[in-house]
Write a protein that binds this ligand. Sequence first.
Ligand SMILES: [Fe+2]
Length: 459
Amino acid sequence: MDRRQQEQAIINVIRLLGTSLKNRRMYPPTHPLVRTPVEKCFSDIFLFFAQRQELALAISDGTLVFEGVPIFNLTSSLELFMERLAAIGIPAIVFEKGLAPGDIELFIRFLHETKEEGLSPSDIQKRIEDLGVAHIRVKPPEEDDYALAREIYHDAVNVVVSVLKEIRLGRIPSGSESVRVVNAISGMLNQNRDAILALTLIKNFDEYTYNHSVNVAVLSLAMADALSLSREEKSEVGVAGLLHDVGKTQLALDLIRKPDGLTPAEFEEIKKHPEEGFVILGKMSHIRPTSAYMVREHHVRFDRKGYPDLGPDYAVQPKSQIISVADCYDALTTMRSYQNAKQPIEALEIMRKLTGKSLDPNILATLNNVMGSYPIGTMVRLDSMEVGIVIGVGLSGKGPIRIAILVDRQGNPLPCSEEVDLTDVDPRTGRPRWSILSTVNPLLYPDAPKGVFLPPPSS
Ligand SMILES: [Fe+2]
């Protein structure tokens, strides 16, 4: 089964479970209106066991998530069923190989008879086992969001690699994979924003184009979230972020990688990439026209200067500035051969000076909100004199700040980072154990471990 067929089968499973549950309210468990949907549902789940040992369906923010990707096209009756699961406290259901229709019947009985809400996953698990459910498990929330975020990030990098490779070979790739990974990033931002935002710290010069594309997608989606855009708009913005520089495939490689200043003629060449990208996205399947327009406009400045020159009557997509701001932030915070990477706070300060000219002040304010006062990636000195890097700022940048300590109080790099939470209180004094003294220049600590919380390099 391909992804589309799998999603269709999952939607069917949830629809049938919902129907059976609804009918159970009016009829006995043996009634065909209760039983038949269970049997059909079993046949659909059974299809998955040809390729896997279990089928796990998670519920995040009322949305059904399969393998990290939200499934959006649920009808209201399906959402009703999802709400029932969420109300009882079920974060994820796992159907295991060996499942029988009787297990599903008993699970429906549990959903029908349980009146309490907000039960713990372990309590639910015990209750369904006591009822005799053998091959359905209730899974606690994903413990290692960072591992899942890494998987999604790498998946997205691989998609960019493959899209660019196809285009360089003169072919037009499908856009379905780009849409899929963008939806996965969006789901991860809902589940644990810090986990995926922390990965935008990946600044690998050799793989710059790929990581930069994914970083721009993640940052754009985080801003789109903060701006409360609809799911469709978020998807459009994320896809535009991921593919914003695909037009560079049409330029000579040595021009893109040129470390020093460009000649005017070379700059004229570079200026063609947004329009080239627009044309490519226009030919790709599954890509909405709005994403293509955002790619065309990602170097059009807020004051309408920049490139390409689209004329005074051309209406620029307001969301294009989200891509421009994300692009600028990631470029500034990346160590390139011809510049030193800026600290996140420095980058935001530089960008503040560009508002009203190249950048939209409202969109930059959104990025500031997303990042908080100590953006993820900021190197800081704590009052314990230890040095670490901010790896979490909670939702809206205002949650508990988490720091990975990289250097001890004597200035020695630690073999392995130690994570601290600034809300931790010292029981002896009743005051926070740690607080931030200042930001520090990462270049002062070239030996600080860098791979401690970042994923291994993409293979
Ligand atoms: Fe660009």
